[in-house]
Design a protein around this ligand. Structure first.
Ligand SMILES: NCc1[nH]cc(CCC(=O)O)c1CC(=O)O
Length: 331
C-alpha cells in the first residue's frame, strides 16, 4: 500500500497526537506514514488575533472542519482529532474508524508554587476558556476569580510562570502527550470536576468508502470506544434540550454480572450555582442508549431549565469555546 498521509493541525499537541497514530499504523499495520500539516480556520484566526467568537462558524468544530475538508478532498487519508473537540453531528462521508486507548481523562491544575485549588487564596486568578470548567470552578465555592484564557497549552502554562495567572486548568491527557506532566500541581477528582465528554481520547477518521477504514479498526480500543460513545450520547441529548455547560465521564467497571459501563454526568448553570448531576450503569454494548437515557432523565430533572437563568461570570470572558463543552478553544 502507498504511504498513508495523516492530516494534522500545526500545534505541538496536534502533531504529537498525529505522530502517535502514525506510529501505531507503522507498528501494528506495517504501513508507511507521512504527516501533512493542515492550516485550520482556527489556527489562522489565532495568528491574526481575531477572537473565535467573531467567526461566522463560531460554536463547533472550527479546528475540525479544515482537517475533514482535506480528507474529503483526498489531500490526506487520515485525520487525527482530540475527540472532545468533535461536534456531535456525524459528518457525511467520514468514518470514525478508530478510538485508540484513551489517556487519563481527568482535568488538572497547573498552579504557582505547587499549590492545589484548595490552597489558593480567595480571589486567586484561575484561567480557563471552558464554560464547563468555569461553572465547576465556581461550584467548588473557593472564591476563585475565574478568568478567560486563550492560546495553546504552552502559552497557558507560561501565563502561570509569568504571574499573570495563579493557576490554569488543563486536560491531563494533553500534558501527558507533550511530556509536561511535571507541571501538574493537582489532579482533579471527577467527583468535583467532571471532564468534557471524550476528553483524553483521540478520534481517527478516514473517508467512509476508503479500504483503509477496515485496517484502521486495528487501532480501536473497545473500552475507550464504549466510554466515549456513552459520553457523547449524553452530550448530544443534552444539547438538544439545553445549552448549559456539561461534563461527562464513563468507565468500564466490574459489576455483579460482569463488565458494566458506569456513566456520570453533570449539567450546570454558567455561574455554577445550579447543577443537575446523575449517574447510571448499563451494558457496554448499549453505550449510546445508556448515555441518551441518562441525559433525558437529567433534562426532566431540571437540566432543561439551567440555561434560562441570568448569565454568570462566564458571559464576561472570552467566548473561546462552544457554550456546552470545551470544543473550539485552542489545544
Ligand atoms: N479544547 C482544547 C483541547 N482539546 C483537547 C485537549 C487535550 C487533550 C485531550 O483532552 O484529549 C485540549 C486542551 C485542554 O483542554 O487542556
Amino acid at each position: 500500500m502507498s504511504t498513508v498521509r495523516i492530516g494534522t493541525r500545526a500545534s505541538v499537541l496536534a502533531k504529537t497526537q498525529s505522530e502517535l497514530v502514525a506510529a501505531m499504523l507503522r507498528e501494528r499495520l506495517g504501513l508507511e506514514t507521512e504527516l501533512v500539516e493542515v492550516l485550520t480556520h482556527g489556527d489562522r484566526t489565532q495568528a491574526t488575533g481575531t477572537p473565535i467568537s467573531a467567526l461566522p462558524d463560531s460554536g463547533t468544530g472550527v479546528f475540525v472542519s479544515a482537517l475533514r475538508d482535506a480528507l474529503l478532498r483526498g489531500e490526506v487519508d487520515v485525520a487525527v482529532h482530540s475527540l472532545k473537540d468533535l461536534p456531535t453531528a456525524a459528518p457525511e462521508g467520514i468514518a470514525l474508524a478508530a478510538v485508540p486507548t484513551r489517556e487519563d481523562p481527568r482535568d488538572v491544575v497547573v498552579a504557582r508554587d505547587g499549590l492545589t485549588l484548595g490552597e489558593l487564596p480567595v480571589g486567586a486568578r484561575v484561567g480557563t476558556g471552558s464554560p464547563r470548567r468555569v461553572a465547576q470552578l465556581h461550584a467548588l465555592g473557593l472564591g476563585l476569580d475565574v478568568v478567560g484564557v486563550r492560546g495553546n497549552v504552552d502559552t497557558r502554562i507560561a501565563k502561570v510562570r509569568s504571574g499573570e495567572y495563579d493557576a490554569v486548568l488543563l486536560a491531563r491527557a494533553g500534558l501527558a502527550r507533550i511530556g509536561r506532566l511535571e507541571e501538574v500541581t493537582e489532579v482533579l477528582d471527577p467527583l468535583q470536576v467532571l471532564p468534557a465528554p471524550g476528553q483524553g481520547a483521540l478520534a481517527v477518521e478516514c473517508r467512509a468508502d476508503d479500504a483503509l477504514a477496515d485496517a484502521l479498526t486495528a487501532l480501536d480500543d473497545r473500552a475507550s470506544r464504549a466510554a466515549v460513545e456513552a459520553e457523547r450520547a449524553v452530550l448530544a441529548t443534552l444539547e438538544g434540550g439545553c445549552s448549559a455547560p456539561i461534563g461527562a465521564l464513563a468507565e468500564l467497571v466490574e459489576g455483579e454480572d460482569g463488565e458494566e459501563l458506569w456513566v456520570r454526568a453533570v449539567a450546570l448553570s454558567r455561574d455554577g450555582g445550579l447543577s443537575v448531576r446523575m449517574s447510571a450503569t448499563g451494558a457496554p454494548d448499549d453505550a449510546a442508549g445508556l448515555g441518551a437515557r441518562l441525559a433525558k432523565e437529567m433534562l426532566a430533572d431540571g437540566a432543561a431549565e439551567l440555561d434560562a437563568g441570568p448569565a454568570g461570570p462566564a458571559a464576561h470572558q472570552d467566548a473561546a469555546t462552544d457554550p456546552a463543552t470545551d470544543r473550539v478553544h485552542d489545544a
